[in-house]
Design a protein around this ligand. Sequence first.
Ligand SMILES: *[C@@H]1O[C@H](CO)[C@@H](O)[C@H](O)[C@H]1NC(C)=O
Ligand SMILES: *[C@@H]1O[C@H](CO)[C@@H](O)[C@H](O)[C@H]1NC(C)=O
Ligand SMILES: *[C@@H]1O[C@H](CO)[C@@H](O)[C@H](O)[C@H]1NC(C)=O
Ligand SMILES: *[C@@H]1O[C@H](CO)[C@@H](O)[C@H](O)[C@H]1NC(C)=O
Ligand SMILES: *[C@@H]1O[C@H](CO)[C@@H](O)[C@H](O)[C@H]1NC(C)=O
Length: 435
Amino acid sequence: MASSISKFLFFSSLLFISSSNAQSSFRPHALVIPVSKDSSTLQYVTSINQRTPLVPLQLVVDLGGQFLWVDCEQNYVSSSYRPARCRSAQCSLARASGCGNCFSAPKPGCNNNTCGVLPDNTVTRTASSDELAEDAVSVQSTDGSNPGRSVSVSKFLFSCAPTSLLEGLASGAKGMAGLGRTRIALPSQFASAFSFHRKFAICLSSSTTADGVIFLGDGPYGLLPNVDASQLLIYTPLILNPVSTASAYSQGEPSAEYFIGVKSIQINEKAVPFNTSLLSINSEGVGGTKISTVNPYTVMETSIYSAFTKAFISAAASMNITRVAAVAPFSVCFSSKNVYSTRGGVAVPTIGLVLQNNSVVWRIFGANSMVFVNGDVLCLGFVDGGANPRTSIVIGGYQLEDNLLQFDLAASRLGFSSSLLFSQTICSNFNFTSN
Ligand SMILES: *[C@@H]1O[C@H](CO)[C@@H](O)[C@H](O)[C@H]1NC(C)=O
Ligand SMILES: *[C@@H]1O[C@H](CO)[C@@H](O)[C@H](O)[C@H]1NC(C)=O
Ligand SMILES: *[C@@H]1O[C@H](CO)[C@@H](O)[C@H](O)[C@H]1NC(C)=O
Ligand SMILES: *[C@@H]1O[C@H](CO)[C@@H](O)[C@H](O)[C@H]1NC(C)=O
Ligand SMILES: *[C@@H]1O[C@H](CO)[C@@H](O)[C@H](O)[C@H]1NC(C)=O
């Protein structure tokens, strides 16, 4: 009797294994995760499930981040946690160096014979040195219009971090989701787990109450009412910065961030005069233009910022828009009197980032350039980055909202839609209702 029971258990567990294999052999062509905007920090926060049993984790989205890192010091319970052993394939994929030991009781984040990486809080620019590990991760697949069934990756590489590294992140966040150009950032790991294109797209909502979306994989990228935003893209090459821009890194490591080749800036189609050599990246990795979800507003090197604001103020004056006292963190503000609304937001001078040639221009209209600080005052949502910053222009979150940006890692190019408002949709229009 006992033996037949154990045989039964044996067979039923076999059945269970084969059905779970069948489930994991479902090959999604893309995945979808929601992104909310935190009203107090202005950070973009996503949610993915990790561990066994699965736990939903709030993570700050770091477009140029190197990998997923999470707090392992508190409440990390999982039967599927595995540290990455020294000299393993995982360690070399992560370019992880060294071989570490931990002199306290073994637990997630503290194991012997493991390789280490440098998780980076890019908000506070603080890094730590921690254990590389893998654990199960689960996210929803998509057909491009709705979320479909959940799919999991049983051995998803990430870094542990101490609780103290969470400082400065949105309340409730347990780490950061790095979408950068490394082999172990989220887009590349999911693409290799499911053999789909090494492409992903971000669509950040301008609202703190309605979620935007990140698509991992290729389009269609469907937004209500029936817009495939992947059809709206204009392309420009992504540029590799040969020197890491992380808070801590080993020599010879390139930057994981996404740089683009802005050649000049226009206000109402007229070039703003400034020293454009600041727009190229030199051999020390200084200069150039990058895109960041960690900066809430675009930051410009001082001489660029002053030329840019001067040109904007004079173009606004010719539209009878009156300047008023500045409201921090902005230095250029206007009265909302005489400013009327259009489909692309308030009618103000149009900003153009000229890319590889004069016909490839990322245009920024009122909805992405002006911030209402109260009903009477609106400010130019760009800030002064001081003299000698590492990167001359950092295109920040506010300028990305309600724009679709697709990063194609294999082709090293960026697709950008400009404002979706002109296509009568917004980033919170992905239909998160399951079919
Ligand atoms: C690592 O090895 C050392 C020396 O053998 C031992 O004292 C320590 O407890 C071990 N740590 C863990 C986390 O297993
Ligand atoms: C322009 O900027 C570059 C890099 O900062 C500097 O070397 C050069 O002297 C500047 N040129 C002018 C005309 O100011
Ligand atoms: C600006 O105001 C002046 C004087 O009120 C008026 O003549 C002019 O047409 C206005 N210009 C625009 C662009 O509205
Ligand atoms: C500008 O660049 C785009 C894309 O690289 C190319 O298709 C187009 O022909 C170029 N236009 C001009 C005027 O050079
Ligand atoms: C969202 O998708 C669900 C499931 O397919 C569908 O029933 C619903 O009508 C969609 N909502 C809109 C506004 O189209």
